[in-house]
Ligand binder design. Structure first.
Ligand code: MLC
Ligand code: AMP
Length: 508
């Protein structure tokens, strides 16, 4: 088996490369489909373009662009050429992008034309030599330059330990950390998912997830690309468009919000999805009531799985066999999981503790943060997920909580510390706490509880408006409450559980 993920992907293409690999039904002006041959050709040209700019093996290519097949081609070109792909959420504001670029030092940034000027400034600040553009319809200097490339360089020799991508994920404290994922990590996980979920070239995956995170980029794309299946790409989740395209698909992947939104109207029903082979859910807990409602409406059981940026997917409910609501199933092939007590001993089934994972899917560490990496691994290569879990008598893994202070909102992670730091820097503010509360659409959302300095005035709208200038919209708390003081325990620690109870109906 080749060690380059790109070679493995091309090997998995159908024998008939004139089959459609990817189509984009919701485009106004841009190109709407690519065969496997065309995808391979475009990838080869893009990889040669990067090499022609002087990029060397291991150089980073940062991309902050709307979802498009051309952005996927930039990813595949990195795999092909031995460069390291660094996707950035399109919602990130200037300060967030500046931090990532400063940390990862990419040789090239591909950005939306609307953000070209500010991206050039960021690039200049951090010594990035090249900036190219790419818009939602696939136009921009990246596509123009790649189209002119004539000679395709051979696929780069990549060892399985060579870096394929860096995905940034924040921490309970401190700044975002770059999770380093190798060709071997991504290949092992892609194959495990493809085989467990029975993807073949007969499949058509309706792809409505963003492609700057592990779910949309790795889980979804690798299942399709490693089986030669076709993808129907939507630029984003749009309920009406998903309903229009579902009759042509066989599989669909989503975060729980996709499913609650689909179930919100009676036009999502058994007749519409009777032909569907598989619906999967992940990135956030799927409520048992959503699972049950989906089943009673359609007769189908959503397959829930569990993963992380650092590890790819770890566990999955079975393809054959019972899919249990409220559980994330069994370890995937090659993946080991264990539940640990506070005393550092492995706990027996039925007991609750910290979940650790080990396997070929687990990343090699955080970019340029060896100490942080060492902290997160236990002896023997076990990665501490920060999730609190229990394995039941039948072997199903239940996630029962999180040791990390993290809010998952509509499938996006929000780290309270990052937002609290920004609020605390406001001159009117004495201190603040961000807590996650139930949200009717996003499952969970953050609200801010703020103590003002004596004599200062600040209202909810002003606080929210200021945050929106600094951070991606999804991180901005949905409400702010102003209080005299924060509840603390005898150790002086803010009692977030009390605040969560007090404000639990704020977004319901
Ligand atoms: C949008 N908003 C959100 C939000 N998404 N707020 C909180 N949480 C979210 N997830 C904001 C918008 O900016 C807007 O703010 C307001 O909420 C209403 O937005 P909307 O129009 O309703 O949102 P929409 O554009 O439809 O996006 C919602 C969504 C999107 C669910 C389609 O969030 C999404 O695609 N989520 C998927 C995330 C994902 O792929 N995660 C995988 C991570 S990988 P305002 O102020 O402008 O009104 C991972 C590993 C694993 O976790 O296991 O998979
Ligand atoms: P991320 O850092 O975006 O990769 O988020 C990973 C976290 O998402 C995990 O550590 C879990 O807390 C959470 N997560 C992923 N899948 C699920 C799931 N199916 N159920 C509950 N939580 C999940």
């Amino acid at each position: 088996m080749p060690t380059s993920l790109y070679s493995l992907i091309e090997m998995s293409f159908p024998a008939d490369r004139s089959k459609v690999a990817i189509e984009v039904p919701d485009r106004a002006r841009g190109r709407v489909s690519w065969t496997f041959a065309e995808l391979a050709g475009a990838t080869a040209r893009a990889a040669s373009l990067f090499a022609g700019l002087g990029l060397r093996h291991g150089d980073r290519v940062a991309v902050q662009a709307e979802k498009s097949p051309e952005a996927l081609i930039a990813y595949l070109a990195c795999l092909r050429g031995g460069f390291v792909f660094l996707p950035m959420n399109t919602a990130y504001r200037t300060d967030e992008v500046d931090y990532l670029v400063g940390n990862a030092e990419p040789a090239l940034i591909i950005c939306d034309p609307a953000r070209e000027a500010e991206t050039h400034e960021i690039a200049a600040r951090h010594g990035t030599a090249h900036v190219l553009t790419l818009d939602a319809e696939g136009f921009g200097s990246f596509s123009e330059a790649a189209a002119k490339v004539r000679d395709a360089l051979p696929v780069a020799d990549c060892a399985s330990s060579d870096l394929a991508a860096i995905l940034y994920t924040s921490g309970t404290t401190g700044k975002p950390k770059g999770a380093m994922l190798s060709h071997g990590n991504l290949a092992a996980n892609g194959i495990a998912l493809r085989d467990s979920w029975r993807f073949t070239e007969e499949d058509v995956l309706l792809h409505a997830l963003p492609i700057f995170h592990a779910h949309g980029l790795f889980v979804a794309c690798h299942c399709a690309l490693l089986s030669g299946a076709r993808m129907i790409w939507l630029s984003k989740f749009d309920r009406a468009e998903v309903l229009r395209q579902l009759p042509r698909a066989s599989t669909f992947m989503g975060v729980p919000t996709f499913y609650t939104r689909l179930l919100a109207g009676e036009d999502f029903n058994a007749r519409l999805v009777a032909h569907m082979r598989l619906f999967t859910s992940g990135s956030a807990p799927l409520l048992a009531e959503t699972f049950e409602e989906f089943r009673s409406r359609t007769g189908l059981a959503i397959l829930e799985r569990y993963g992380m940026t650092e590890t790819g997917m770890n566990t999955s409910n079975p393809y054959d066999g019972e899919r249990r609501a409220g559980t994330v199933g069994f370890p995937l092939p090659g993946v080991e999981v264990r539940v640990m007590g506070e005393d550092g001993r492995e706990l027996p089934r039925g007991e609750i503790g910290g979940l650790e994972v080990r396997g070929p899917n687990v990343f090699s560490g955080y970019w340029r943060m060896p100490e942080k990496t060492a902290e997160e691994f236990a002896e023997g290569g076990w990665f501490r997920t920060g999730d609190v879990a229990m394995i039941d008598a039948d072997g199903y893994v239940h996630l029962v909580g999180r040791a990390k202070d993290l809010i998952i909102s509509g499938g996006y992670n929000v780290y309270p510390k990052e937002i609290e730091t920004l609020i605390d820097e406001m001159p009117e503010v004495d201190e603040s706490a961000i807590v996650g509360v139930p949200h009717k659409d996003f499952g969970e959302a953050g609200v801010a509880v703020v103590v003002l300095r004596e004599g200062s005035a600040l209202d909810e709208a002003a606080l929210i408006a200021r945050l929106k200038e600094k951070i991606a919209n999804y991180k901005v708390p949905k409400h702010a409450f102003f209080v005299e003081s924060l509840p603390r325990n005898t150790m002086g620690k803010v009692q977030k559980n009390l605040l969560r109870d007090r404000y639990r109906d704020a977004c319901a």
